[in-house]
Write a protein that binds this ligand. Structure first.
Ligand code: ASP
Length: 309
């Protein structure tokens, strides 16, 4: 049996020790632990990597603490537009959705795009129509309402600025979410889900639903889920770049992930981090910000839940 393992993230950003109350910090850690345990349980019970990453991301989407699903940030029109993607490293099948509203678990819709349609990426109204045809019910706006998120939006709503959930503000919450896993058969998968940026407009889409940018999985190399300044992660084709360094330069998972996050993406001005896994269950979780909500667990007994450097 292969070593099986899972890693998750809840966003990277200006997470400085002492900035959060101990109570809030405990809440974040508990939410990460729950998602980690739920994803790990799937692997333990012989589930696939794809099932495990979906499960872990669903738990994170259901938490108001992270910028995905329930905790999604507000757009310029005071709504929520969510993006998500999932990829299976064994088959290279992938599914993604963007600009969707009212869906409780965008990652599950992304998985349905992968498994129940001939397509990879559905956006906006069309994606909503697809969800409707599959029988998804919609949550109303109150489900996604969070006073803190709403205040973040009120502060910048009449300006042209849009704000990463990572912005350098004392009260900012962070949090695109993602998971990567390696199952007992040595297959890997990645999933990512986000509400994007506060006050975003014009149908702005970040890296999270873009296969190769914010999310990627290939048994030949690695599975990756990113978080950070999406525009830069798209231009850096970050997730695929890590895979390329492994495939073409024969770098280790750790070295490749570090090269991209601590050198290549920094050179073009991007900040953030990623989680990475390979088919041997090795994990890397580099970030170039002060912190990244992250956790990992392996059948070797390794377990970690961390926020700061
Ligand atoms: N990468 C996400 C985006 O640009 C944001 C995040 O990671 O929090 O939409």
């Amino acid at each position: 049996m292969n070593t099986f393992s899972i890693a998750i993230h809840g966003g990277a950003g200006t997470l400085v020790k002492g900035m959060m109350t101990p109570e809030l910090e405990a809440k974040y850690k508990a939410a990460l632990q729950l998602a980690l345990d739920e994803g790990y349980k799937v692997l333990e019970n012989n589930g696939t990597a794809t099932e495990a990453v979906e499960k872990a991301v669903v738990v994170l989407e259901d938490s108001p603490l992270f910028n995905a699903g329930k905790g999604s940030v507000f757009t310029a029109t005071e709504s929520h537009e969510m993006d998500a993607s999932i990829m299976d490293g064994k088959t290279l099948n992938a599914g993604a959705v963007s600009l969707i509203t009212g869906i409780k678990n965008p990652v599950s819709l992304a998985r349905d795009v992968m498994e129940k349609s001939e397509h990879v990426f559905l956006a906006g109204e069309g994606a909503m129509q697809f969800a409707k045809e599959l029988g998804y019910t919609l949550e109303d706006a109150s489900y996604f309402y969070d006073a803190l998120r709403h205040n973040q939006w009120l502060e910048i709503k009449d300006t042209d600025s849009f704000q990463l959930d990572h912005a350098k503000k004392k009260d900012s919450k962070f949090g695109t979410v993602g998971a990567v896993a390696c199952d007992k058969d040595g297959n890997i998968a990645a999933a990512t889900s986000t509400g994007g940026m506060t006050n975003k407009k014009w149908g702005r889409v970040g890296d999270s639903p873009m296969i190769g940018a914010g999310n990627y999985a290939n048994n030949k190399t690695c599975a990756i889920s990113c978080t950070g300044s999406g525009e830069f992660f798209i231009r850096g084709v970050v997730a695929y770049d890590v895979a390329c360094l492994i495939e073409h330069k024969e770098m280790s998972l750790e070295a490749a992930a570090n090269e991209v996050i601590n050198k290549r993406i920094l050179e073009i001005g991007g900040d953030g981090g990623l989680i990475a896994i390979d088919t041997k269950g090795n994990i890397a979780m580099p970030f170039n910000t002060e912190g990244m909500y992250r956790a990992s667990k392996s059948s070797t007994g390794m377990e970690e839940v961390s926020i700061y450097k």
